[in-house]
Design a protein around this ligand. Sequence first.
Ligand SMILES: *Cc1c(COP(=O)(O)O)cnc(C)c1O
Length: 468
Amino acid sequence: MNNRLYGNLIFELSREGRKGYSLPKNNYGDYDIPASIQRKEEPQLPECDELTVVRHYTNLSNNNFGVDTGFYPLGSCTMKYNPKINEEMAALPPFQNLHPLQPAETAKGAWAMVNLLEQSLCALTGLAHFTFKPFAGAHGELTGLMTIDNYHRSRNDLQRKKVIVPDSAHGTNPASAAVCGLEILEVRSTSEGLVDLADLERLVEQEGENIAAMMMTNPNTLGLFETQIPAIAKLVHDCGGLMYYDGANLNPMLGACRPGDMGFDVMHINLHKTFSTPHGGGGPGAGPVGVREGLQECFPFVSPYLGNFGVLMRAFAFILSLGREHVKEVGPLATLNANYIKESLKDVYELPIDGLCCHEFVFDGLKDKRTGVTTMDVAKRLLDYDYHAPTIYFPLLFHESLMIEPTENESKETLDGFIAVMRKIAEEAMTDPDLVKSAPHNTPIGRVDDVLAAKHPVVTFRQMRNEE
Ligand SMILES: *Cc1c(COP(=O)(O)O)cnc(C)c1O
């Protein structure tokens, strides 16, 4: 791209014999290392000077997009600002230097923190106990479903192997159920985007004694509040099943209402979404699982130690800095921001389900479909204007889904800037559709072949060389 050696791999910058280190003089003499534990070949390491290494990684990090660099309205993933005090707390040496195998009596502070975090989550969710072992939301779902499976087994109710999942559910829900060895029964959504109670009644009637659980998200994946939860919970409980709450995106609920009060028995929370600890690129996360009194006896063994302790620290710092009083503002502000964007754009983007949304909502592409400009094109064009794209082509209920979640932290100026750019793109789609269809134009790499990248990922240097 320019003289900044952008995008090269560190291996390509390697020059034989070049060094970025100097070892101290050997004052200890030479020792023979047994041949059996010696390398047979030289390690394949890049050889670079220090400044080249510094520039390489600094430039790479500048290519990255994060919440700290710009607006990141990724629906269903809550890319929320992580206040820097969270990092300070997680980096405190007495916590950071803990070893998982040190005697418990020497790590009482860590245990106290986890206990206090558990109390906070119980207060926020209305459940009685939490386990902090799961490393992510999907891992939490699996842990929660295994808990439910253990519960039915403990009662010798062995035929309960079916899980009801709404058709709007996050993909991890049916996937976790399948990994847990359970079968999925899909319940339909109404045209308003909520669980179809009549369809649920039919399922419960047909499959009653086989139902292990129903998994739900509320607000659901369309950002809509499910108003029929008491009736749904009653149907499921009456046939002997348990209610599972996918609390990955708890944001609009914080301080507003509690899954435990709504009739849910088991849930997971993504601390790396609602409780601000950073995520992306696959980790690290924490998906603690909460249960109603008694069900903690059924927790499975899913990992040793205390899960991702640093993530727990960040979440706890976030909760403490908000406090009981301000935690209540999170949901309403996130909801206000989402509705503000939705109302400001619905004349140019197709809003399939109108009305008040919660913390996120879904457009079905541009309103004017004649130009052939797709959701993918809009998302790519946003990159040119320095915005991260929203979630696209999810949920699967619409062809051109564009799912926007601003979170509570963004200023009105930021939201207005995003709205202006979204309107500008809609205008470009009319006046110069090819400009949008060929975007992005200002990023280090243009439009990549998603299918090729997914089907034939080249993830190591060596592999790339072999294929040449
Ligand atoms: C993100 C998300 C998950 C999965 O969480 P991971 O930490 O990515 O495994 C599950 N359900 C919903 C609704 C989500 O948004």
